[in-house]
Design a binder for this molecule. Structure first.
Ligand SMILES: *[C@@H]1O[C@H](CO)[C@@H](O)[C@H](O)[C@H]1NC(C)=O
Ligand SMILES: *[C@@H]1O[C@H](CO)[C@@H](O)[C@H](O)[C@H]1NC(C)=O
Ligand SMILES: *[C@@H]1O[C@H](CO)[C@@H](O)[C@H](O)[C@H]1NC(C)=O
Length: 477
């Protein structure tokens, strides 16, 4: 969810109209938590402490010392050596740590979690502890809002880290985590989840990262990464979620993206990507979420677009496309959200959009669309947000009064001078700011929504005031 903080303007704007955006819900329930929860790591930590065996097992002294060094680098919540001399021992461990039994029947740390209560919080002088790569049984690392004051880099020990069995490395929301992504991370051959979002990382995405073929989830979003997306990306055969959004990436979307056959979520929005959507994208049969907004993508859509049969979210506002909308979009029948605003689309709204029966949001505002609104859109029974404003649409609005009522303020047809409402729908005219066909009222193109909303609001405040005064008056009497 934090991926969508202030740098996602559309979401926050929509927040005014809806309690929660479907995109948010989608991200929340489909992606982020499952990766955090589904790995079998957590259970292992607990299972491995047979209570009857507690006395006989303890930690390797070298490992204990490494762990204390990490703790002292990160947190000053307590004097950890004094308060938790046996950090892995059941009953005397600190929050945010999990251990498991390993070699010589000793306890080894398997998970470290810092930054969010109840886990240890990070001190202002915390720096990245490269010692984590020396803990051979460590499987999961979560550092959330840990490096916020002292600038630090993702550093690795001088020696090889190939003994590390890390499966999940999650460094999130660390504004003082600077510098490049070290290519040496590619030695973490067991890595399944690499999350480096909302840091201050710079430089290119090292090609070596794409040799981590066990990766299931790669999130490098909200950094300052530059350069192109390496073509080697096609090697991530097991990847299900790829998020490179909100960086400064240039060049084309690599054609080899089509080789990521298990991909479900692809977010490349808010970069500086150029070129078209590669034709190979048609191979992504499992793709549910595709976000390419706010780039410099141009040109035509892939011929095989309709093969993206799992697609539910297609979010591609703000690109200089300047082509007609492809009618194949109408074959993506699972679509719930289709956003193609501010992209210079020309021609008609394809009739085929009437087949998108699960569509809840259609945003086509600020394009150059002409012609009439397809009558079939009235049949989109799930739609609750339709923005066709600022186009060159014309003719009679085909929506019936029920449809107009249902969408209310979430229907925006303004800024289409050629569009008018049939007389029979004229009584709802106030709500969408359109001409009644055949009349030429000078005020008819202004959208009265906001004024109306605020006057309603003011009236209720006024009534409340009157009520309060009256109550006060009664009390005083
Ligand atoms: C539409 O959504 C419903 C519920 O989310 C789902 O059961 C149905 O299969 C969807 N229809 C299509 C064509 O995907
Ligand atoms: C429709 O889009 C325009 C232009 O981006 C925006 O100003 C307006 O608020 C949107 N309307 C609705 C109802 O979302
Ligand atoms: C409305 O105004 C347009 C131009 O502003 C004009 O072409 C049209 O004839 C007018 N229609 C009516 C019914 O007055």
């Amino acid at each position: 969810m934090l991926e969508l903080r202030s740098r996602e303007p559309n979401i926050s704007t929509m927040g005014r109209c809806f309690s929660i955006s479907p995109v948010l819900l989608f991200l929340l329930f489909t992606f982020s938590p499952p990766y955090a929860l589904s790995l079998p790591i957590h259970e292992q930590g607990n299972e491995q402490h047979p209570d009857n065996n507690v006395q006989s097992i303890d930690m390797d002294p070298v490992e204990t010392e490494t762990l204390f060094k990490i703790m002292e680098t990160m947190s000053s919540d307590r004097n950890w050596r004094v308060s938790n001399p046996h950090p892995c021992k059941p009953g005397s461990s600190w929050p945010g740590i999990e251990c498991k039994t390993g070699e010589h029947n000793r306890l080894y740390v398997s998970r470290l979690d810092f930054g969010t209560p109840p886990n240890p919080t990070c001190k202002a002088t915390a720096t990245f502890p490269s010692e984590i790569f020396d803990l051979p049984y460590l499987q999961s690392v979560f550092f959330f809002h840990c490096f916020y004051h002292t600038r630090t880099t993702i550093s690795l020990p001088q020696h090889s880290i190939s003994t590390s069995s890390l499966q999940q490395l999650s460094l999130r929301s660390n504004p003082a985590l600077v510098g490049p992504i070290p290519p040496q991370l590619s030695a973490l051959k067991s890595l399944q989840v690499l999350t480096l979002t909302q840091n201050h990382l710079v430089g290119g995405i090292p090609e070596e990262i794409f040799t981590l073929t066990s990766l299931i989830h790669l999130d490098l979003s909200y950094n300052f990464l530059t350069g192109t997306i390496p073509n080697l990306l096609g090697s991530l055969k097991n990847i299900e979620g790829l998020d490179l959004s909100y960086n400064l990436l240039t060049g084309p979307i690599p054609d080899r993206i089509g080789q990521l056959g298990l991909l479900q979520k692809l977010d490349l929005s808010s970069n500086l990507l150029t070129g078209g959507i590669p034709d190979s994208i048609e191979n992504l049969n499992f793709l549910v979420f595709l976000a390419l907004s706010n780039n410099r993508l141009t040109g035509k859509f892939p011929e095989g677009l309709a093969k993206l049969e799992s697609l539910e979210y297609f979010i591609m506002d703000d690109n200089p496309m300047f082509v007609p909308l492809p009618h194949e979009l109408g074959r993506l029948v699972k679509l719930q959200e289709l956003r193609l605003a501010n992209s210079g689309y020309s021609g008609n709204i394809p009739q085929s959009f009437s087949q998108l029966l699960n569509l809840s949001t259609l945003s086509l505002q600020n394009n150059r669309l002409i012609g009439e609104i397809p009558v079939g859109l009235t049949g989109l029974s799930h739609i609750y947000h339709l923005n066709l404003s600022r186009n060159k649409l014309s003719g009679v609005v085909p929506f019936d009064p029920l449809f107009l009522k249902r969408l209310g303020r979430n229907l925006d047809l303004s800024g289409n001078p050629g569009l008018c409402l049939d007389k029979s729908e004229a009584y709802v005219r106030e709500n969408i700011g359109l001409n009644v066909c055949g009349s030429n009222r000078s005020d008819s193109l202004v959208q009265p929504l906001k004024a109306e909303a605020s006057s309603e609001f003011c009236i209720s405040i006024y009534l409340l005031d009157v009520l309060c005064l009256w109550a006060l008056y009664q009390l005083l009497l």
